[in-house]
Design a protein around this ligand. Sequence first.
Ligand SMILES: Nc1nc2c(ncn2[C@@H]2O[C@H](COP(=O)(O)OP(=O)(O)OP(=O)(O)O)[C@@H](O)[C@H]2O)c(=O)[nH]1
Length: 256
Amino acid sequence: MIHPAPSNLVDLHKLRLDAAHALLARTGTAELPPIDGDATTYIQAVIDGLNELSLKDALTGLSNRRQLERVLEAEIDRVARSGEAALLLMLDIDHFKSVNDNYGHLAGDQVLQAVAQALAGCIRPMDTAARYGGEEFAVVLPSCQPAFGQVVAERICRTIEATPIRVSPSVDLRVTVSIGGAFALQWIRSTTELWVDRADQQLYVAKTGGRNRLCLEEQPDSTVSAEEKHLLFGHLAAADPAWIDMSSGAAPGGAV
Ligand SMILES: Nc1nc2c(ncn2[C@@H]2O[C@H](COP(=O)(O)OP(=O)(O)OP(=O)(O)O)[C@@H](O)[C@H]2O)c(=O)[nH]1
């Protein structure tokens, strides 16, 4: 026998959604509708909020490693299709261990938060700043020509260097960062690991070169000739001649 569905199957309080609600309120992640309103709308808002929170680094509020991975994947895909320039910056706080050693772990955490905030203030809304782990951060800059990348990386270095970080009533710290950068390979579908590795190699050069500096890999010349584009997309064009416009190199909506 089929019973008619009760109008409200869920006792929200038994689900202990209050804990999720408090977490979302505390982190300022989501504006939740009233708990005594429509149950489905409320639960959906909680799920959306928790989903968003799961992509953030708990200490700094920047994107976390999982979200960074997604952004890098999407950017590799876009650059492989469009040939647009995209830059990945890897950024590491210099001599951060001495902050922990001299002022304590809590002060170290405050420095990480201040650096994250300064970093977020230096980039466009379309860019992604993430905490990569420990005292290392990553920034993904889509549609970024080399000259612009250089300007942004310098701005990040100078801004962080000039930011006083209050770790106790009598102590303002200043830290510097080293930055390494690498462009995504155009027209080639690479991997996130290889892209991060290339940026990390530049970071290593910046560190060993004395720190408080940036080192960007020259944009690799993966300019594709008309003949090479034909090799890349020709089989698809053969199946559907409208697929590729060889004069512009545009590959409408297809995968490489
Ligand atoms: N406070 C705090 N410290 C952290 C966190 N994650 C990693 N660390 C510390 O970051 C420090 C990293 O030290 P190192 O890898 O030696 O690097 P460094 O001192 O910055 O030296 P260089 O990078 O070579 O300039 C270690 O002391 C870690 O304990 C964190 O979440 N909070």
